[in-house]
Design a protein around this ligand. Structure first.
Ligand SMILES: *Cc1c(COP(=O)(O)O)cnc(C)c1O
Length: 408
C-alpha cells in the first residue's frame, strides 16, 4: 500500500502496525510473538541491539521489551494519539504511576485536577508521599492553575472529561498556562479511547489511557498506554518504564490491537445508544440531572463540541430528592441487563452507585443525592430503556421504605 495524501484517521488506525508482506504474501494481522528472550546470531549482533536500544531506538534486546506484536500495537496507538512514542503497561493505573514516577523527584510538586480517577490519590498516599513528592489537587480551571504553580511544580496532571461526572476541561487554556512555565502536562484520555479527542494536538505532552476500557473493548484484558509528544519525554518515560520492568504479554497486546481496529465503529454505536438513554433519563421524574457532555444541557457541552468529535457510552445521573442511597442500590439491583461492577468500555452495559466520598473529591460536585454511573453497551437501546424504566419504577415504590429494625 502506498499513499500520497495524508490519510484520514480511520484509515491510519486500520493500517498502522499492519505486517509487511514477505515473499509476496502475508497475514492481515500481526502474529502473536510470545517470548521471554531474544536470540542473536552472534555476540556482535547482541551488542549492536543493546547499543541501539540504549540510544533510544525501539529494538528488543530481551523479551521484556516486547517484539512484533507489541511494536504493532505501539505504532497503532502512537498514530491514534498523534504522538512520538507509546509505552505499554500492565494496567491503566500502572500507566499513570509510570508517568508520575518518571517525571517527579523528591522535593517536587505536582498539580492534579481534583476530578481525576480516584485511585491516583492512592498512588499519592501510598507511594509518592514516601518519596518526598507533593501532589496538590486543584479545581481544574486555567485561572486556578496559574495561581497554584510553585517554583518546584514539575507536572500538571489532568483528566477530561473527568471520572464519574464527565466535567469537560478547557485543555488548550490549561496547557497554555503550563507551557508558559515550562511544565509538562499529562492527561488521562481513557474516556475518548483516543478516537474523538487528541490531547497532544491541544497542547498536552503525555496522553495516558486505560486500554482496558475502549481500546480493548471486550472486557477481556487489563492494559495501559502512555503516549509522549517528544523525543525528550520519550527518553524519560523509557528509562522509568525499563527500571520498573513494565511489560505486557503478547496475547494481551494482540487483543488490544484487535480491539483498536474496531474502535471507531464501537464508539459511534455506544454514543448513539448512550444519547438515547441520556435523553430518556432526562425526562424521568425520579432523575434530577443527567451527566453526558453530548447533551446540550450539560455544562461542558460547548467545550465538548469544540475539542471532541464524539462521546462514549458513559452516562451518570443524580436521583431527584426522595431517593436515598438505599433506593439507588435497589435501582441498580433491579436491573437485568446491566452488570454491577467497576470498569467500562466493553460491549456490555454496567451500572454502579458512585461512592459519595469519591464524588466529594470533585470540587464541581455540590450535590447530596445519590449518583449512578451507567455504561451503555451495544445491546438494543430500547431493551436497556425498558430495563431502566422498571428499575426506576421499583425505586418510586420503595421511596419510603417502612422502618425495619436493624439487627444490632
Ligand atoms: C479504569 C481507568 C483507569 C485505570 O485503568 P485500569 O486498567 O483499570 O488500571 C485509569 N483512568 C481512567 C479514567 C479509568 O477509567
Amino acid at each position: 500500500m502506498s499513499a500520497a495524501a495524508p490519510l484520514a484517521p480511520a484509515t491510519r488506525l486500520l493500517h498502522a502496525g499492519a505486517p509487511t508482506l514477505r515473499g509476496g504474501s502475508g497475514p492481515v494481522n500481526v502474529p502473536v510473538v510470545r517470548t521471554s528472550t531474544v536470540r542473536f546470531e552472534n555476540s556482535a549482533a547482541l551488542a549492536d541491539h543493546q547499543h541501539r536500544r540504549a540510544a533510544g531506538e525501539r529494538v528488543a534486546a530481551y523479551g521484556r521489551h516486547g517484539l512484533d506484536t507489541h511494536r504493532a500495537l505501539e505504532d497503532a496507538v502512537t498514530a491514534l494519539e498523534g504522538g512520538h512514542r507509546a509505552f505499554l503497561t500492565p494496567s491503566g493505573l500502572s500507566a499513570i504511576t509510570l508517568v508520575l514516577v518518571a517525571l517527579l523527584s523528591p522535593g517536587d510538586h505536582a498539580l492534579i485536577a481534583d476530578s481525576v480517577y480516584s485511585p491516583v490519590r492512592r498512588v499519592d498516599a501510598t507511594l509518592l508521599r514516601r518519596l518526598g513528592i507533593t501532589l496538590e489537587y486543584f479545581a481544574p480551571s486555567a485561572q486556578n492553575l496559574a495561581a497554584k504553580i510553585r517554583p518546584n511544580t514539575r507536572l500538571v496532571y489532568l483528566e477530561s472529561p473527568s471520572s464519574l461526572l464527565y466535567e469537560v476541561l478547557d485543555l488548550p487554556a490549561l496547557t497554555a498556562v503550563a507551557r508558559a512555565h515550562d511544565i509538562p502536562v499529562a492527561t488521562d484520555n481513557t474516556w475518548s479511547g483516543g478516537w474523538f479527542h487528541q490531547p497532544l494536538a491541544l497542547g498536552a505532552n503525555l496522553s495516558i489511557q486505560a486500554a482496558t476500557k475502549y481500546i480493548a473493548g471486550h472486557s477481556d484484558l487489563m492494559q495501559g498506554v502512555v503516549v509522549t509528544d517528544s523525543p525528550a519525554l520519550s527518553r524519560r518515560i523509557a528509562s522509568a518504564h525499563e527500571a520498573l520492568g513494565l511489560t505486557v504479554g503478547a496475547d494481551d497486546a494482540y487483543l488490544a490491537l484487535r480491539g483498536l481496529r474496531t474502535l471507531p465503529v464501537r464508539l459511534a454505536q455506544h454514543q448513539r445508544h448512550a444519547t438515547q438513554v441520556a435523553l430518556w433519563l432526562q425526562a424521568q421524574p425520579q432523575v434530577a440531572r443527567v451527566f453526558y457532555p453530548a447533551l446540550p444541557t450539560d455544562p461542558g457541552h460547548a467545550l465538548w463540541q469544540r475539542d471532541f468529535s464524539g462521546a462514549n457510552g458513559l452516562v451518570s445521573f443524580a436521583f431527584a430528592d426522595g431517593v436515598d442511597a438505599r433506593g439507588a442500590e435497589a435501582f441498580v439491583d433491579a436491573l437485568h441487563f446491566f452488570g454491577i461492577g467497576a470498569s467500562w468500555g466493553g460491549y456490555e452495559s454496567l451500572a454502579l452507585v458512585a461512592a459519595p466520598e469519591r464524588l466529594r473529591e470533585h470540587s464541581a460536585w455540590t450535590g447530596t443525592q445519590p449518583v449512578v454511573r451507567l455504561h451503555i453497551g451495544l445491546e438494543d437501546p430500547q431493551d436497556l430503556i425498558a430495563d431502566l424504566a422498571q428499575g426506576l419504577h421499583r425505586v418510586s415504590r420503595e421511596k419510603a421504605p417502612p422502618a425495619v429494625a436493624e439487627p444490632a
